[in-house]
Design a protein around this ligand. Structure first.
Ligand code: NMX
Ligand code: MLT
Length: 413
């Protein structure tokens, strides 16, 4: 089957039955403690598995974001034909209403790129199919269908909105139209103004690997939470972006490049000794700041997304001075963080590497980096929301207790 919607329509009922059975038979079961230091899996596949198995733009190329979308939504590895058809479908859904550009234009150019991005997403919400269908009385069993429409439309439209913000904030403001011969990642790079084939390939990798990291990270979980009272995918995704814009989450990629540049500024060169670097890291920590790009909420080893970006850099830009500095940082930071005695994971995360690659290919404006992360995250969030509605997941409402109650529950008298 070449068409994503038909593929999904066939597998949704089977999963609905499984969840119903699970609830009925094990509704009261306690699941115990979940630990999650196993790394990153996309539907059971590691990043190297995805690189080996998912179709690329050419044989042996990086996985296409469309292939990741297909995998996350269906759990199946798509053929090249299916991926090409999805790329075409996304291009056909990518028309931007003029008022979305105008909503962004209402903000000063100096507004942070993430503020402009969330504003653009909120303007796109005007076209929500879910909202229309709900107002029209759609039955619960069919909620996932307009959620699918909204999610695919949102994913399709984000690169144009995001590229518009880049051109407006940092360049001449002129829109570069989509190229109908290009895939999703490459087209986004093209609309930003980059056409070097290596940059297009890096963007395919970048968009693929930032798409998700379980459902528990701040942005994906925010989308799930906000969509749980049936807020549509645009509302949920705009909220997710606001979480992504925090410096301990997606904004860390901006912070990393700033920090690396501050090291270069301090010593006047990226070619510094281990002692100089060690001193600088201590200076950062002693001023009460975190070392950006290091540590993680659940990972307890080097982020595999760091590793695959490093491999990309080793292949394409081994002599870049900033890449070499990033490599040196990876040697010097972990023992220092470990010595602090409180950091659960001293290893680099995804954000420790992306900036130097983007910078190398000419995308030097680090305050834009989180927008790239956001475009990618829609590919994880969209499928999550579609399945939330297909499985009829409940409104999320964690218990809230006072400190006194918590102490009592913990047995403190
Ligand atoms: N530099 C300095 N201190 C750190 C770091 C770091 N990179 N990572 C953790 N710590 C500190 C943390 O601030 C906390 O200190 P305190 O008890 O004084 O408040 C202590 O170590 C324990 O924190 P953890 O339990 O190891 O980490 P937690 O789960 O709370 O936070 C992060 C995870 C990712 C927020 C944290 O490691 C961090 O702030 N890293 C730097 C920012 C960053 O790179 N974020 C990007 C994450 C990936 N992403 O894209 O979302
Ligand atoms: C992410 O991709 O969202 C980051 O790894 C952060 C997380 O998983 O908490």
């Amino acid at each position: 089957r070449v068409d994503l919607f038909s593929e999904l329509k066939e597998i949704v009922p089977e999963h609905q039955e499984r969840v119903k059975k699970l609830k009925k038979e094990y509704g009261n079961a306690e699941l115990g403690k979940i630990t999650a230091d196993m790394g990153i899996r996309f539907r059971g596949m590691t990043i190297p598995d995805c690189q080996k198995t998912l179709p690329g733009a050419f044989p042996g190329g990086e996985p296409l974001p469309e292939a990741v979308l297909w995998l996350l939504l269906t759990g199946k590895i798509p053929s090249k034909e299916q991926v090409d058809s999805l790329a075409q479908e996304l291009r056909s859904r990518a028309t931007i209403p003029d008022y979305a550009y105008k909503a962004i234009d209402a903000l000063p150019v100096s507004a942070h790129a993430m503020t402009q991005f969330t504003t653009g997403v909120m303007a796109l919400q005007v076209q929500s199919e879910f909202q229309k269908a709900y107002e029209g009385g759609i039955a619960k069993a069919r909620y996932w269908e307009p959620t699918y429409e909204d999610s695919l439309n949102l994913i399709a439209r984000l690169p144009s909105i995001a590229a518009y913000i880049y051109r407006r904030k940092y360049k001449d403001g002129k829109i570069i139209p989509m190229d109908d011969s290009l895939d999703y990642g490459a087209n986004y790079a093209h609309m930003l103004g980059f056409d070097d084939p290596e940059m297009l390939e890096f963007m395919r990798l970048y968009i693929s690997i930032h798409s998700d990291h379980e459902g528990g990270n701040v942005s994906s979980h925010t989308a799930h939470l906000v969509a749980s009272p049936l807020s549509d995918p645009y509302l949920a995704f705009a909220a997710a972006l606001n979480g992504l814009a925090g410096p301990l989450h997606g904004l860390a990629n901006q912070e990393v490049l700033r920090w690396i540049r501050s090291i270069v500024a301090e010593f006047g060169t990226p070619d510094i000794s281990t002692e100089q670097l060690s001193d600088y890291i201590h200076k950062t920590l002693n001023s009460g700041q975190v070392v950006p790009g290091y540590g993680h909420g659940v990972l307890r080893k080097t982020d595999p997304r760091y590793t695959c970006q490093r491999e990309f850099a080793l292949k394409h830009l081994p002599n870049d001075p900033l890449f070499q500095l990033v490599s040196k940082i990876k040697e010097v930071v972990p023992p220092i963080l470990t010595k602090l005695g409180k950091v659960k994971n001293p290893w680099p995360n995804v954000d420790a590497h992306s900036g130097v690659l983007l910078n190398y290919y000419g995308l030097t404006e680090e305050s834009y980096y989180t927008v790239l992360f956001g475009v990618s995250r829609s590919i994880g969030v969209g499928p999550q929301l579609i399945w939330d509605r297909a499985l009829g997941l409940a409104l999320e409402r964690p218990k809230s207790v006072t400190l006194e109650k918590l102490e009592a529950l913990c047995g403190k008298s």
